[in-house]
Design a protein around this ligand. Sequence first.
Ligand SMILES: [Zn+2]
Length: 76
Amino acid sequence: MPFPIRTCIVCHEEFELKPDKPGFANRCPSCSEPESAEPAEPEERRPLDRAERRAEIEVNAARRRAMRDLLYRKDS
Ligand SMILES: [Zn+2]
């Protein structure tokens, strides 16, 4: 009895969905292997350094000020 053919959502290769296939049903066996190619920790998860955080605070403050000006202008 043939196994159902599925298309892998990761590499778009067709594969046989065997009942004992480990991992996800919509991924081929090679894409089901845990952390084969992907790095465990994403690079951008590092915390912001002091300068970046300061810049972000300034941007937020400027945005709040602009918003307040807008509201004030609407009220008057
Ligand atoms: Zn795949």
